[in-house]
Design a protein around this ligand. Structure first.
Ligand code: G6P
Length: 476
């Protein structure tokens, strides 16, 4: 183990399946995992998380030793999963933070369970802390955990990264537990968001709800005798993970041959604007019949959070919309939309990123969106990015073709623009996007968000930074 870092998140780097003696580890798919895994591999330490298993079914695995880090599992009961993950995390915080209050389902009982599970994670983390450990907690599932750890270990260094948008105070306070959540987060010493807007929204909530003075310019909050720093540092990916050779996916080739491919890669989540994308694509076909038979929308739509009614309904509605558009414009040998509703491995996604001509993202609200970065990192050939202006990454990708996802006209218009761009224009745009992705990579994120904190947490002589050198070096 290279460092004294303890990472905690709800979902870990893999899910565990099978029985004791015959356990299988499957890579987990989520924005959080793609960003945190390369960081933990680089720095080392322990990762504490839920691995998809329930207490009723199995025994806890104490530690899984991976080459670069150790993994420790937290088990949840069915009741905990329902109240903490499905109920409060994904039934209240997720829709509120994505500005969709109409999807919120408030329940005192779910919040009580959320609190209890946060306490459980805090207790478990407590058993793994050593002098000098840096505790790094992730995301909205564990907002109260910094408070619980601080209560018991007042000296502990705690960093927290919030991976989704942070909404304006008027929206955040629709829930009656806003005060407690904010106090929970302020148990940390360092809190990170993807964009300046989210950081400002958080600081305003602290100021208004808790009546604590904050410094917007410096991003500081003084609370209970501690200085808390609040930063905006967008996550970066590890580009080299997307530059490898990958096998062809034969079974989809038949439908793609000769077509100009517009690619979408999303979980089947109501924040992702899939219905809006389909509407915009249909509007394009209606206005530009000369493209019928020549273009295809290839949409990867990964099933997600299927125990929650809002997700099940959404998945059904999306499939219905696809069918409508295919019936309206398609015929026996050509369908305008091909939807793929399974999980795709990283290798398969790289293949699709390279095979497509244009990536199209129409999220209604999106913390950052790493797919845009992965698409750029995977390719040598220039590819166009059509990007919702309501994603965190839109702030970084200034030159991408932007759309308001609520406007089918704008989506149709930018689809047309992408088809009419010259190779030179595409190359210029792509080069600028690639520069961003390569420069603001995973190491840049780690260094800018956690840099100094990390140096303190790593055993002397194991971690160093040479004068004038921009890189983080974890050296054994
Ligand atoms: C997305 C969000 C992450 C979040 C994750 C949870 O990827 O960007 O911030 O942690 O969803 O996904 P899950 O499948 O665990 O609900």
């Amino acid at each position: 183990m290279k460092s004294n870092l303890l990472v905690v998140s709800n979902r870990g780097p893999f899910t565990i399946e099978g029985e004791m003696g015959n356990l299988k580890y499957r890579p987990a798919v989520s924005g959080l995992v793609s960003a945190v895994l390369p960081a933990v591999k680089k720095v080392g330490g322990i990762w504490l998380a839920w691995a998809g298993r329930l207490t009723e079914k199995t025994l806890e695995v104490q530690t899984v030793i991976k080459d670069d880090f150790n993994f420790v599992e937290v088990l949840l009961s069915r009741e905990e999963l329902k109240g903490y993950y499905e109920g409060y995390s994904n039934g209240v915080l997720w829709p509120l933070c994505h500005l969709m209050p109409e999807k919120v389902v408030l329940s005192e009982e779910n919040y009580r369970i959320y609190k209890k599970v946060n306490q459980k994670f805090a207790q478990r983390a407590g058993t793994l802390l050593k002098p000098g450990t840096l505790l790094w907690i992730h995301d909205y599932h564990l907002a109260l955990m910094p408070y619980f750890v601080r209560q018991k270990y007042s000296w502990q260094r705690i960093a927290f990264f919030w991976h989704i948008p942070f909404p304006p105070v008027e929206i955040f306070t629709i829930q009656p537990w806003a005060q407690e959540i904010l106090r929970g987060l302020l148990g940390a010493d360092l809190i990170g968001f993807h964009t300046e807007d989210y950081r400002e929204n958080f600081l305003r909530s602290v100021e208004r709800v808790l009546k604590i003075p904050v410094n917007y310019e410096w991003g500081t909050v003084y609370y209970n005798g501690r200085e808390i720093r609040v930063k905006a540092v967008p996550i970066g990916i590890e580009p080299k993970n997307f530059q490898k050779d990958v096998p062809k996916i034969e079974e989809i080739e038949q439908d793609l041959r000769g077509q100009i491919i517009f690619l979408g890669v999303e979980r089947l989540d109501y924040t992702k604007g899939l219905k809006e994308k389909i509407l915009g694509f249909a509007r394009f076909l209606e206005k530009n019949p000369e493209y019928l038979g020549k273009v295809i929308l290839l949409q990867v739509a990964v099933p997600t959070r299927e125990n929650i009614a809002a997700y099940r309904n959404y998945a059904k509605e999306v499939l219905e919309e696809v069918q409508k558009v295919n019936e309206r414009f398609g015929h026996s040998s050509w369908q305008p939309i091909k939807i793929l509703t399974r999980n795709y491995s990283q290798d398969e996604l790289i293949y699709l990123y390279r095979r497509a001509d244009t990536l199209i993202i129409t999220s209604l609200e999106d913390g950052l969106n790493l797919v845009a970065k992965e698409f750029i990192a995977s390719r040598q050939e220039p590819g166009v990015v059509i990007l919702s202006n309501r994603t965190g990454v839109a702030r970084q990708f200034g030159v991408a073709l932007k759309v308001n996802p609520y406007s089918p006209e704008e989506i149709a218009g930018q689809i047309k623009t992408s088809l009419e761009m010259s190779l030179e224009e595409k190359e210029k745009m792509f080069a600028k996007l690639k520069e961003q992705v390569l420069l603001k990579n995973n190491e840049w994120w780690l260094d800018n968000f956690l840099g100094k904190e990390l140096m303190l947490s790593v055993a002397p002589g194991k971690y160093y930074r040479k004068r004038g050198e921009k890189k983080i070096g974890a050296v054994d």
